[in-house]
Design a protein around this ligand. Structure first.
Ligand code: F3S
Length: 429
């Protein structure tokens, strides 16, 4: 049984209102199911509070079919509908279902957009930051080392734990919505030192030095270690934010990696000894030229036709540096009449791209810079799409399977070339 502080007991007794009471009740059930013996306080929560499709609202029609009903019954798993106050923790909304302006181009109806806009007004009205991105760390929510967070979204979770050294499990909608109100999350898993130690070793024997290579390495590592914690060492090229972003997203997709160590690179791995923390070392996996070629083949296993009708970039959501690179690569060219190029980012980063002139360059070339969502989350691709090309190992893992497409994985330059020629000319060099 989870032990409660006086303040937590008071919440459970209803001192902070019915919604907080329902939230802590849910978290107590969650903690007991995990076997956690206490809570940690959190003031950094990232989730998708209360947002829902019209279908879900219809499901709760008898309860009013509104944000309040969905938040009570679905998010808080409450047996009654309660008034939902402004949240207590610093909280942000992760990715959503459509672009706030280009929704019609994405194939959404005016009714779906009205529902989206109504939910967003409720989110903002409840004191939740409308970041609308899978990369909150690029849009105004950057935790610090050791900070206890409650985040959803596997690519953000693995970044939070591994690169920043903050602490979160891969939470769900219910636990994050409850944590926004109760400011608590079970002290379990990645919140505790003993869960953060490396389990398997990955020796990198080939140079890995751009997002294409870091993405492939991540995909290989996820397959190798599944949901364990890998400790990587060897020929890993200079790290930067976008390389980590693509590595972690890929490892979380092909496996269930929620934390990794890179010796001499990530903050809890100054040495191999620190990364393993005295824990017995498991298997050793070697990423060499054979493993690299096999990973590339696996990522391109669904590619057949060289005719590409859609290029999707921005998984995880592009940083401003990546948008600048895309603009550089396409300036003076045009997206083929037989293809389309959609690039996804957060609203915060798009505002910078607008101010820096990149959005205009992309637009002149016939590309679209979109926010909030991505093709996998929104299940939105240009009409008639059969073959997609991406520069994200995570996206090629999901999108072709979700939408029944052929898929190619390549460098950003190869993808932009495909958008401009309508032809896939990518290859492993
Ligand atoms: Fe983000 Fe969509 Fe990829 S929400 S991590 S761009 S699958």
């Amino acid at each position: 049984m989870v032990a409660l502080t006086d303040q937590e007991r008071a919440m459970l007794d209803g001192s902070d209102g019915a919604a907080v009471q329902k939230a802590i009740e849910l978290l107590v059930r969650y903690a007991d199911a995990l076997g956690a013996d206490r809570f940690v306080e959190t003031d950094n929560v990232a989730g998708v509070p209360g947002s829902s499709t019209p279908w879900i609202k219809q499901y709760y029609a008898a309860d009013g079919g509104d944000y309040r009903a969905v938040f009570s019954r679905y998010d808080l798993d409450s047996d009654e509908v309660v008034d939902v106050p402004r949240v207590n923790a610093f909280s942000c909304h992760l990715q959503g279902g459509m672009d706030p302006e280009l929704w019609a181009e994405q194939g959404f109806s005016a009714e779906a957009h009205a529902n989206f806009a109504s939910d967003e007004a409720q989110v903002a009205g409840h004191g939740i930051q409308v970041l609308k991105t899978c990369t909150p760390y690029l849009a105004g929510n950057v935790p610090v080392m050791g900070e206890h967070c409650a985040w959803m979204e596997s690519s953000a979770v693995v970044y939070c734990n591994s690169v920043v050294g903050a602490r979160t499990n891969c939470e769900g909608r219910e636990s994050t919505s409850a944590a926004m109100l109760a400011k608590r999350i079970p002290d379990w898993g990645f919140h505790r030192d003993e869960f953060r130690r490396g389990q398997h070793r990955v020796q990198v024997d080939v140079p890995v030095d751009d997002i294409f290579e870091w993405g492939m390495l991540g995909y290989y590592v996820g397959i190798a270690v599944q949901d364990a914690i890998p400790v990587l060492d060897g020929h890993i090229g200079p790290p930067n934010l976008i390389r980590h972003k693509h590595f972690g997203a890929a490892a979380a997709s092909s496996g269930g990696v929620e934390m990794y160590h890179m010796v001499g690179i990530t903050p809890e791995a100054r040495s191999s000894e620190q990364a393993f923390g005295g824990r017995p070392r498991g298997e050793t996996f070697v990423y060499d030229s054979t493993a690299r070629a096999e990973t590339y083949a696996a990522l391109n296993a669904l590619g057949r036709s060289m005719v590409v009708d859609f290029v999707m970039l921005g998984c995880p959501h592009y940083s401003i540096e990546q948008i600048a690179q895309a603009a550089r690569l396409i300036e003076g060219r045009r997206v083929s009449a037989n293809s389309a190029l959609w690039i996804f980012t957060s609203r915060a980063v798009k505002a910078t791209a607008d101010a820096s002139g990149y959005t205009a360059i992309l637009s002149r070339a016939g590309a679209r810079l979109m926010t909030d969502t991505c093709s996998s989350i929104s299940q939105a691709v240009p009409a008639g799409t059969r073959v997609v090309a991406v520069d994200s190992a995570k996206q090629v893992h999901y999108l072709p399977a979700i939408m029944g497409l052929e898929g190619w994985y390549g460098t950003t330059a190869q993808c932009i070339d495909a958008a401009c020629t309508g032809q896939w000319r990518g290859a492993l060099v």
